[in-house]
Every structure is written in C-alpha cells, then in structure tokens.
Write a protein that binds this ligand. Sequence first.
Ligand SMILES: Cc1ncc(COP(=O)(O)O)c(C=O)c1O
Length: 389
Amino acid sequence: MEPIYLDHNATTPVDPEVVDAMLPFLYNKFGNASSVHATGRDAKVALEKAREIIAEVINCEPSELYFTSGGTESDNIAILGTAYRLWDKKRHLIVGAAEHHAVLEPAEYLAHTEGFELNFLPVDKEGFSSGDSLAALLREDTLIVSVMHANNETGTIQDIAALTAVTHDHKCLFHTDAVQSTGKVKVDVKAMGVDMASITAHKIYGPKGIGALYVRAGVKVWPLFYGGAHEKKRRPGTENVAGAVGFAKALEVALRRQESDYNKMSELADYFIDKVTDTIPDVVLNGPRKNRVPQTMNISFKGIEGESIVLALDLKGIACSSGSACTSGATEPSHVLKAMGVDPILAQGAIRFSIGRSTTRDQLDHVLSVLPEVIGKLREMSPVYSREK
Ligand SMILES: Cc1ncc(COP(=O)(O)O)c(C=O)c1O
C-alpha cells in the first residue's frame, strides 16, 4: 500500500492548479514588485491581484492585508507589534490557553523578559472559551486579546464574534489566529469583529513560506523588521510574488471546494472516530463532535505514549502526529489537552489524525485494520496501562 498521509494540519501538498498559477512568476515573470520597469510592474500587478483575491475571501479591503512569511510571523507581528506600540501605556495581555506556540511564545517572552502581565483565557473540556471568562480577565491596561479561530490539535472552532463582543467596550485589540480555519470553513474578519487575523497558505494546498496578517484600517501595529517600504513598512523585504499568487489560487480552489470538502471530511471523520472508539478499548476523542474543523481528529489511547504510536504507525507507512513536545527525551503532554483538563494519562497517549482531500475510506480502513494490533502491542509493554486498568 502507498504511504498514508494523515497529517494535513502540519502541512499539505501544493495543488496542481496552484503550481500552474505560480510557475510564470518563478520563470519569465520573475520581477521584483518594487522595480519600476515593466518586469517589476508585472510582478506588482500580480501581487496586488493576489491581495485582492485573498481580501475578498476573508472579507476585508486589500489595503488591510499584509503579506508575511506565514502564520508564525503574522502571529508575532500581531502580538509583539502591538506591545511595541503601546509599550509604556498598556502592559497586560490575554491569550487563549490552547493557542499555538506562535502566539504563546511571543506573549510569554513579553511576560517573562519584558515584565508584561499575561493571563490565559481558560478553555472548557472541549476547548471552548466563554465570554464571561474573558470579561473577568479584561483590564483597563489590556493591550491585546489573542484567541485562535480553529485549534490545530483538536479542530475546536471558537465563536470569535461572541468573544470580540465582550471586548468592544474595552480599548484593547483583538487578534485571531485563523491559520487552521481559513479555506476550510467560512472566515469573515468583519463578522468576527477582529482587529487582526493571521492566515497562511500551506495548510490549504498552497506553498510554504507565505501568509498574511489582516490589520483593520486604523489599527496601528509596529513592524518587527526594518529595511524597506514593502507592505507599507509593516513587513519590509522583497515580496514573495509567486507565493502570494499561489496563496490566492489555493484560497480560490479551497472556496470552490469548501462545501464538498467539508462534507467529505465530516463523513470520513465520523466514520473513523466511531470505528476507532468501537473497536479499541480505552479510547477517547479529545475535542467536540460539533463546531470543529472535521479534518482534525484528536484521539487518546490510554496507557501509552503518543510518540510510540506515531513511530509504530510510521513503520507501517502511516503518517500522523502526537500533540506532545519531546524535550530532552521526556515527552510532555500537549498544553492544549492540559488546558482542556484531559487526564494526564490520556493526554500522553493522544494522536492527531488530520485528513485531507486525498484521504479515502480505503486508507482509513487500512489504518483501522492495523491500529488495534499496534495499540495492543504497545499496551502489553506499558507498565502504565496495566497499572491503570
Ligand atoms: C494554529 C496555527 N497557528 C500558526 C501556525 C504557524 O503557521 P506557519 O507554519 O505558516 O508559520 C500553525 C502551523 O502549524 C498553526 O497550526
């Protein structure tokens, strides 16, 4: 059997339509979008067209969209750029407890190194946050609230509009990391009421190394880099024209297929989750059954380390991931599952299967045929499983 790739939340292959759209901008239309000659002007036209397409998809003005190298950079500009601007005036941040590290780490840097105060917005057992908990944390000196739209580990889709409604009376900014939702479900930055939103191309069959930050007109955020007037000085550096064109095409394709992809993924995910939980004992789905991006299935296998399952499945040609971070040999359970209050033994054994456009029922059936044996063998060797049983 061909290798089975179930790690689409990590990254996706580039869609052939996207490759075709990008190729001219790698060959004959290779110009620098800042050059005044015809080759440069052609590149500039393509860059601005890409900006218009992406802006329309997320419902903002093209002038409110800044190209970056991806989600990590967009998140960093949102958090650090806001803090740099308000450095002496506001010193308090709120970020979701289950955020991606691209949000958590700049926030933690500000707290641990620069003396800012940081609060984490709690999530419930399915990963949702409430407006009431946010209201309880907001302060006069809160400079930014950052809560992700869809969680990369569990797929939980947060009701961002309900959270921004709470911050309206406060003069703080609201940023959302929409990296895992854009293209998969509807993302409308105006309807969500956010001031900033991070998006990226490579999770939706676009190229790596290109993303964007939406910044609502009138919102000021300082750049992290200096050295040119590109992207209105918010993100200096020669623009990745081919990448931007590819990003726009990837979103066009995603939009065209959004409903059918959503339905297909939901059906496959429901099938897989039901089968796994029916056929293997001591298995738990982490995250909600509803209000989630269906591509993501986070499943805990009690009594074993997620990393061991990932390695065992890899040997069988199946790619998936565990949410845990491996530092100096010791596996730490995922901070997302910890924030959701998942029992540490279950959190250790969590696996993320993230399906994509190429995933078939046959592939999932193959995984389902090898999984019981893999789990059974690992449990036989696990002192934790026999003790906990
Ligand atoms: C929720 C979320 N935010 C940010 C990122 C980082 O995006 P990029 O890989 O484009 O830097 C990721 C990637 O895994 C993500 O899942």
